[in-house]
Design a protein around this ligand. Structure first.
Ligand code: GRF
Length: 218
């Protein structure tokens, strides 16, 4: 059975597009049951509509507080019965109640090698710290911001003369295959999320899966 995925996104939606393209190409056994956004102008919504996927706007201003918005958003998502909720550039904090009610059912792609550089402006954080290696992580969403178990990572070098933009662009080229490969392993039930527990091939995951240059996990 194809993995039923809901995607939430606030912006450009290039990670969403990578998922849509992989499903269309037959390289990811999944179905996107809907795309949800908190922003009317999110290009992700246009990408969903262009692919014939239901696109939904749930605006924070229409609800009194974060809890109310979360309840409306995730209540609507639940009706579509996804197995997995993928945060792909969703730029709002999600309250603990919404996260805790869906243990092991939400993942996020974050542009750093977690636990380094949580939060925003990760590429500038990496430059400021002077690291020689940067990258992206896919992790389980928990109530701890960018702090849930890390499933997988892809690495890029930081090069002399890099700016936050050049580094972001290099990381993004690795984010897409990283997210797709992680989703493939979940779709194939090789990677199983149960609450905050993660099993890989029937054993506890002890370190993040590493995306190799040939775009398979090492
Ligand atoms: C990506 O860098 C992702 O890691 C971060 O937000 C960005 C979303 O990009 N969480 P896109 O909207 O998928 O193009």
């Amino acid at each position: 059975m194809p993995l039923r995925i809901a995607v939430i996104a606030s912006g450009r939606g290039s990670n969403l597009q990578a998922i849509l393209d992989a499903i269309a190409a037959g390289t990811l056994d999944a179905e996107i049951v809907g795309v949800w956004s908190d922003r009317r102008d999110a290009f992700a919504l246009q990408r969903a509509r262009a692919a014939g996927v239901p696109a939904h706007l749930v605006r924070p201003r229409d609800y009194g507080d974060r809890t109310g918005h979360d309840a409306a958003l995730f209540g609507a998502i639940d009706l579509a019965e996804p197995e997995l909720i993928v945060c792909a550039g969703y730029m709002r904090l999600i309250g603990a109640a919404a996260v805790d009610a869906r243990p092991g059912r939400m993942i996020n792609i974050h542009p750093s090698l977690l636990p380094a550089f949580k939060g925003l402006h990760t590429h500038q954080q990496a430059l400021d710290a002077g690291v020689t290696e940067h990258g992206a992580s896919v992790h389980v969403v928990t109530a701890d911001l960018d702090g849930g178990p890390v499933l997988s990572q892809a690495r890029v070098p930081v090069l002399p003369g890099d700016t936050a933009d050049s580094l972001a662009a290099r990381v993004l080229t690795r984010e897409h295959p990283l997210l797709l490969e992680t989703l493939r392993w979940i779709a194939e039930r090789r990677l199983v999320l149960t609450g905050s527990r993660v099993d890989v091939n029937g054993h506890p995951l002890t370190a993040p899966l590493q995306l190799a240059a040939n775009q398979r996990f090492a």
